[in-house]
Every structure is written in structure tokens, then in C-alpha cells.
Design a protein around this ligand. Structure first.
Ligand SMILES: Nc1ncnc2c1ncn2[C@@H]1O[C@H](COP(=O)(O)OP(=O)(O)O)[C@@H](O)[C@H]1O
Ligand SMILES: [Mg+2]
Length: 277
């Protein structure tokens, strides 16, 4: 499996000398979904600013698609075009007056003509379910609708990687379910997803891989399934083991489930295993 992103010995400090990232070594597999976990202040958002080139590391190497990033203007353009980031607060990202213009903003900046812009905007609006709001002023939309518009504006630029900073915070169940479906479709298209979240049930269901940050260091980079078997890391990072993981292991331990072909990661898949017994 190919790594689309590799960080080697990355350090980053803010102007006030806060060491937000310390000796970070991580790999992110192409086409997979990776969750970034860790307590508030662990360094998740800072890591994202490194990944899309907003912040330059104090030291270390950033390798994107096999090439070391040298922070030239041309390469930063390439990174920002290829790695989209959906910020935690849609209000910090959205600044056009109409939904259409908001989604078109990034694509126009990439220098496409209006016909091409229209094509890309329409396509990403359909994928995120926001076409019905095209002519609405953005400030009339609900939080969840704004969130989808901010996803559409990133998607329209056709990035190969999309980063979501705590996307399910403040969303109701229905909006979270919609977001989950959007992720699934993006994942099917081969887009690499990197998602930070505090919702462990969601993280378990959505991801193949996990990276755990703790006080600016990486304490885990591997399969999400393996993470939740590691009690020490789970406790250190203040994570909660997903209910489905606990329940499934108990059913196996009690020999109620034997030789399941796959590890269920959602209630629905556990129920279908139980139904087949
Ligand atoms: N602009 C900034 N200036 C100084 N320190 C910052 C800034 N932004 C974040 N930090 C600090 O960097 C550390 C990591 O923060 P952050 O990346 O936002 O963590 P997370 O997203 O995991 O909550 C924290 O100690 C935080 O206080
Ligand atoms: Mg954050």
C-alpha cells in the first residue's frame, strides 16, 4: 500500500514558543480513511496546518506523494490544490454571500473558466446535497447545511486528500449520518480522508487507520482495530473504547460468536452476524 503522506521527525513551535508538535513520524495510506485522535490541545489542528502547508515545520521532512516538500511557491500551490481542509467552524471558512459563489470560490482561484467552474460546482453540490440552497445567502443556512457547503467548496477543487477537523461536533444524529454517507462516497472515489474526532464509535466505524496524539507526540500509528486492543494507549490518550468493540469481544469470549469472517464496526454489522447464527 502506498503512503500518500509521510512526516519524518517533524517539529513545530508557535511564535510564543509553544512546542505544539514534537518529533512527529507518521504515514498516511493512500485511499484509506485515517482518524486523528487525542485530547484537546494534543496537536491535531496544528498537524493539519502542517499537512496542507499553512504552517512550515521548524524541522523535519514532509513527503507528499513520494516527493519531499521544499516549500517553494509552486509546491505550496500544489499541496493546497491536492489537500483540502474542512475547518471545524464553517463560519471561519465561509465568506461568500451565496452558496454557489462559496462553492465556486476555490475553483475560480485555480483559474478555471466559468463553464468548468459551473460543472465542478454542480458536481460537488450534488454529492453533498446542497443544490437546493444555491441561491440562498450562506448566513441563512443551519450549522449542518453550512458544514456541507464548506465540504462542497473543498470537493469542487477535486483534491486527492481531504482533511476534516472535528466534523461531527455540534451535529445532530441525522446530520452526522449524512456526513457519514458523504465520507463513504468520497472514500469509494479513492479520496484519502483524514478526520479528527472525539467520537470513538464514529471513529471506529469510519476508519481503517488511526493516529493518536498526546501532548504533541505520536503515541500510536496503525490499524484502528489494534488501537482499541491497546489499553495503555487508550488510557494515556483519554480515549473511550467503542461500545461495539467491547460487546463483540465479549460475545467471542463467551463463544456466542465463533469464527466471524470480519470484525463488526457498527451495530448493523454486529446484528447481521448475530442474525446469521
Ligand atoms: N496560534 C497559536 N499560538 C500559540 N499556541 C497555540 C496556537 N494554536 C494552538 N496552540 C497550542 O498548541 C497546542 C496544540 O493545539 P491544537 O493543535 O489546537 O490541539 P488540538 O487541535 O488537538 O486541540 C496547544 O498547547 C495549544 O494551546
Ligand atoms: Mg483542534
Amino acid at each position: 500500500m502506498k503512503n500518500i503522506i509521510e512526516l519524518k521527525n517533524i517539529n513545530f513551535s508557535y511564535a510564543d514558543k509553544t512546542e505544539a508538535l514534537k518529533n512527529i513520524n507518521i504515514n498516511i495510506e493512500e485511499g484509506k480513511t485515517t482518524v486523528i485522535l487525542g485530547e484537546n490541545g494534543a496537536g491535531k489542528s496544528t498537524l493539519f496546518t502542517i499537512l496542507n502547508g499553512i504552517s512550515k515545520p521548524s524541522s523535519g521532512e514532509y513527503i507528499f506523494n513520494g516527493n519531499k516538500v521544499n516549500y517553494s511557491k509552486k509546491e505550496l500551490y500544489n499541496i493546497r490544490k491536492n489537500i483540502g481542509i474542512v475547518f471545524q467552524e464553517p463560519d471561519n471558512q465561509i465568506f461568500s454571500s451565496s452558496v454557489y459563489d462559496e462553492i465556486a470560490f476555490g475553483v475560480r482561484n485555480l483559474g478555471y473558466n466559468e463553464n468548468e467552474v459551473k460543472e465542478f460546482v454542480n458536481k460537488s453540490a450534488v454529492e453533498t446535497g446542497v443544490t437546493e440552497f444555491f441561491d440562498k445567502p450562506v448566513h441563512f443556512l443551519s450549522y449542518g447545511q453550512k458544514k456541507r457547503v464548506s465540504i462542497a467548496s473543498i470537493l469542487s477543487m477535486n483534491p486527492s486528500v481531504i482533511i476534516f477537523d472535528e466534523p461531527s461536533a455540534c451535529l445532530d444524529n441525522k446530520q452526522t449520518e449524512r456526513l457519514y454517507n458523504i465520507y463513504e462516497n468520497l472514500n469509494k472515489k479513492g479520496i484519502t480522508l483524514i478526520i479528527s474526532t472525539h467520537d470513538m464509535d464514529f471513529a471506529y466505524k469510519i476508519s481503517e487507520n488511526a493516529i493518536v496524539l498526546h501532548e504533541g507526540t505520536v503515541i500510536f500509528n496503525g490499524k484502528t482495530e489494534d488501537l482499541f486492543k491497546n489499553v495503555e494507549i487508550v488510557q494515556k490518550a483519554g480515549l473511550k473504547v467503542p461500545a461495539i468493540h467491547i460487546l463483540y469481544n465479549k460475545l467471542v469470549e463467551k463463544s456466542i460468536i465463533k469464527n466471524a469472517d470480519y470484525t463488526p464496526k457498527s451495530i448493523d454489522s454486529l446484528i447481521s452476524i448475530l442474525n446469521s447464527l
